[in-house]
Design a protein around this ligand. Structure first.
Ligand code: SF4
Ligand code: SF4
Length: 381
């Protein structure tokens, strides 16, 4: 049975997001094909913790038939991984319902001032490399290593790389956590640097090496829907590419063969595989390195439990998913695990450590850079 939702009433609450939200609700035919693809349904086994169940819950809240508090116990554990979108044969754009709903819910929920303070601090710290570096003084921050590798690979492939001089966060972490006003503040600063009045007209593409940021940037139209910045935001979003997508389309010559054969298992980051629908490019890039044997893991579509600040807000479920993912990736006896997202990388590393297995986890660009002859320090263990 399909559901429709009253559009005018919804518009008063969520403005321009009302249309996409209503479309997602009415497109769902309740077939249940998405259930086995949903990590929280697999772990918890409850209809209300499945995509289909959550669509009904969100609709009920939007129509006033259910209180927000009653629904949030099932909506909050949603990872926003979009595995359900990949699995759905009816083309339900679940993210276009979830993201505005989370924004609405954030305004309506009762958080203590302390909870709001810590949440804000977490989002600001994780989104800022310099703050994170200060917080983790003694430990290695991974981002510079991945950035160096990315620039190395692009340069060797004949790409002129322009790195913006200002450090600015894209706001994706906050957007995916439901804090859309914090996300818009960050995105506004980025638009000034990278938007149509900044670097945008001079570049062919805006590249990201973090799947979460890439998917968030490509959702700028949704983030700014109905606002004055929408056009600029859409112009930026249209040029955003994951670095693997861009490199694969370039068809640049493969790096030299590896000195030693390497068994690589590739972990699909949800925000690349599901949200950006890119599974082929990273695999092609890795497979073209002579000496690499690419191994396909079981349950590729299931999230590792990292999902932005999910690890901090839903630690038990995140830990269950992290352990499950580490175990399935180890099944292929890899020498190295590759992925395209820093959040997945740290989550998988941490669970491998707990299992006592010292298999290195690397960004796809690090493996390509190594093949090109660059050397990088081993991550801290
Ligand atoms: S697969 Fe799509 S149409 Fe079917 S229940 Fe899930 S979201 Fe609805
Ligand atoms: S986004 Fe992920 S966790 Fe949320 S309903 Fe869809 S598959 Fe399940």
């Amino acid at each position: 049975m399909q559901h429709a939702i009253e559009l005018d009433a919804l518009r008063t609450e969520v403005g321009a997001a009302a249309g996409p939200m209503a479309n997602a609700v009415s497109a769902c035919v309740h077939c249940g094909f998405c259930l086995p693809a949903c990590p929280t349904y697999i772990e918890l086994g409850e209809e209300m913790d499945s995509p289909r169940g959550r669509i009904v819950l969100m609709k009920e809240v939007l129509e006033g038939g259910l209180s927000l508090e009653e629904a949030l116990g099932h909506i909050d554990p949603c990872l926003g991984c979009m595995s359900c979108v990949t699995a759905c044969p009816s083309g339900v754009e679940y993210g276009e319902l979830l993201m505005p709903f989370r924004e609405l819910a954030e305004g309506g929920r009762n958080r203590s001032w302390l909870d709001r303070f810590w949440r804000g601090l977490m989002l600001d710290t994780l989104a800022s490399p310099s703050r994170l570096r200060r917080m983790l003084r003694a430990q290695q921050v991974l981002a510079p290593r991945i950035h160096r590798a990315t620039i190395e690979v692009l340069t060797r492939s004949g790409v002129e790389v322009v790195v913006p001089s200002e450090e600015s966060c894209c706001g994706s972490l906050a957007f995916h956590a439901g804090d859309a006003s914090r996300a818009r503040a960050a995105a506004g600063s980025l638009l000034r640097v990278l938007g149509p009045a900044g670097l945008l007209p001079d570049v062919d593409a805006v590249l990201t090496n973090a799947a979460g940021c890439g998917s968030g940037l490509r959702e700028y139209g949704l983030l700014f829907a109905g606002r004055p910045e929408e056009e600029k935001a859409r112009a930026l979003a249209a040029k955003v590419r994951d670095v693997s997508t861009f490199l694969c389309a370039l068809d640049a010559p493969a790096p030299p063969p590896l000195a030693q054969p390497l068994r690589v298992v590739y972990h699909d980051a949800c925000h690349l595989a599901h949200a950006q629908r890119e599974r082929t490019a990273p695999r092609r890039l890795l497979a073209q390195v002579r000496g690499v044997t690419l191994i396909e893991p079981r349950d590729w579509q299931i999230c590792c439990g990292s999902a932005g600040i999910y690890n901090l807000e839903e630690p038990e479920l995140a830990a269950r998913l992290g352990r499950r993912k580490a175990e399935t990736l180890l099944e292929g006896e890899p020498d190295v695990i590759a992925t395209g997202n820093i959040g997945c990388l740290t989550q998988i590393e941490s669970h491998l450590r707990r299992l006592g297995r010292a298999v290195p986890v690397r960004h796809t660009m690090e493996i390509l850079a190594s093949a090109h002859g660059a050397s990088y320090p081993a991550p801290a263990r």
